[in-house]
Design a protein. Structure first.
Length: 434
């Protein structure tokens, strides 16, 4: 038995936490460097997505694509028929294309437990298999990429991914630039909805960047990548049926040196969906029902900024000085900190930290993207009601000293896209803006 197989057998993550079955029997090539993972469920566009990857310029390393068509044990007849058709179409497509440098593995996994079946579990199965592939060739820092079965990408996607992780050897993962199509064959209302929704996503992340939050990155399942060792260290993908991408990256970002890849594009689908409780499809569906989208009030980010700029003063702050410190905070911050018993957390964070830098690190491992979202929702519910996305985006751009005068939603979105691709506002700990 070779050294590589031994390392895969001794791997703690694979033994204890991974999906228990090896699914691909053909051994990986030694130069494997990118594995693209795709969950697919009741999906009619899968071949289009695979063809987009196959049309990419090829990097120097070899590439594998792992598709997990997934089905719960109580799936309805329509889901089963669509999954079966999708699998057969993809098999037929893959048989007719030969290329040693990019290999497609199509897995159809049925009878998953209904309690867990969903996009999180499907991503986990594919990503755990990617870990197995890398461990088999002794490559613990191999790159696992998340993509979606209804997304396409620019032709430089694979080359840009390879170059990015070579350029940033210390980066545990990255968020990849995405742009929804703003015109095409769907009804106009879908594109109006997607403009507002993507504008909301970019407004939120840039609001966090304005506030000084260090882990302000997009967390979109079709547009992220992670190294296998970081994936394992943080316990792998969760089994959430929605929001799995957000919760997953909240564990990867605090490792530090998280990056952004802005020199290529993922192009997710703008279609409506009622399959998940939140996310793009749900947002488009709701917009069509309501005819508008509201978002968080800009004051939420301004007050967060005041609080975050004061974090350093909390290092070794004597307990007796805490009430005075708290009284200087804005009403929304004060109320939120009281609600979450911040004083107790502060004692713990100070006990853990022997330097200001250590305190800063521990603070943001605790006050992470999930905690920030709780603050934003608390402030929305009790202090500043949501407002129209166009008006909110214009206010934020003015705060960022950018011209937003007389721009409609689509022009505002394009302004934010350009800002994001430039990497100008990306957090400092995270260099990768190339």
């Amino acid at each position: 038995m070779g050294h590589q197989q031994v390392s895969a057998l001794n791997n703690v993550y694979l033994k204890r936490y991974a999906y228990p079955h090896q699914l691909i029997n053909t051994p990986p090539t030694q130069d494997l460097g990118l594995i693209i993972t795709i969950p697919a469920f009741c999906e009619t566009e899968l071949v289009r997505s695979l063809a987009s990857l196959a049309a990419c310029s090829l990097p120097r390393c070899s590439v594998e694509v792992i598709v997990v068509i997934n089905e719960a044990s109580q799936a309805g007849k329509e889901v089963k028929e669509t999954n079966k058709q999708s699998y057969e179409d993809a098999l037929h497509w893959s048989e007719n294309r030969g290329n040693d440098q990019i290999t497609f593995h199509l897995l159809y996994i049925k009878n998953l437990p209904p309690k867990h079946a969903g996009v999180g579990l499907a991503r986990k199965i594919a990503m755990d298999e990617a870990v197995r592939r890398y461990e088999a060739i002794g490559k613990p820092d191999g790159v696992i990429v998340c993509f979606d079965a209804d997304s396409i990408c620019d032709t430089n996607y694979l080359v840009a991914l390879e170059r990015h992780f070579i350029t940033y050897p210390g980066s545990p993962g990255c968020s990849i630039h995405f742009e929804h199509p703003l015109e095409g064959g769907l009804p106009k209302v879908c594109y109006d909805a997607i403009v507002d929704y993507e504008l909301h996503l970019r407004y939120y992340v840039n609001g966090l960047r304005y506030s000084g939050f260090p882990f302000a990155f997009q967390t979109i399942g079709s547009s992220m990548a992670v190294r296998s060792n970081a994936y394992q260290k943080q316990g792998g993908m969760n089994r959430r049926k929605a929001g799995e991408d957000f919760y997953f990256l909240q564990r990867i970002m605090p490792l530090g040196k998280f990056t952004e890849l802005n020199s290529t594009r993922v192009i997710p689908s703008p279609r409506t969906s009622d399959r998940v409780p939140f996310g793009t499809g749900k947002a488009v569906h709701d917009w069509i029902q309501n005819g508008q989208l509201t978002t968080y009030h800009p004051t939420v980010f301004a007050e967060l900024k005041t609080f975050l700029s004061d974090v350093y003063t909390l290092y070794r702050l004597p307990s007796s000085h805490y009430p005075d410190w708290l009284n200087k905070q804005t009403e929304s911050i004060k109320a939120f900190l009281n609600k979450i018993h911040f004083h107790e957390h502060l004692d713990r964070l100070n006990n853990q930290s022997s330097t200001p830098a250590g305190f800063h690190k521990h603070f943001f491992q605790w006050f992470d993207g999930f905690q920030v979202l709780k603050y934003v929702h608390f402030t929305r519910d009790y202090y500043y009601q949501n407002m129209d996305i166009k008006a909110a985006a214009q206010v934020l751009l003015r705060e960022l000293q950018m011209n937003s005068h007389d721009q409609d939603e689509k022009q505002l979105l394009i302004t934010f896209r350009e800002l994001d691709r430039s990497g100008k506002l990306a957090p400092n700990d995270n260099p990768g803006h190339h």
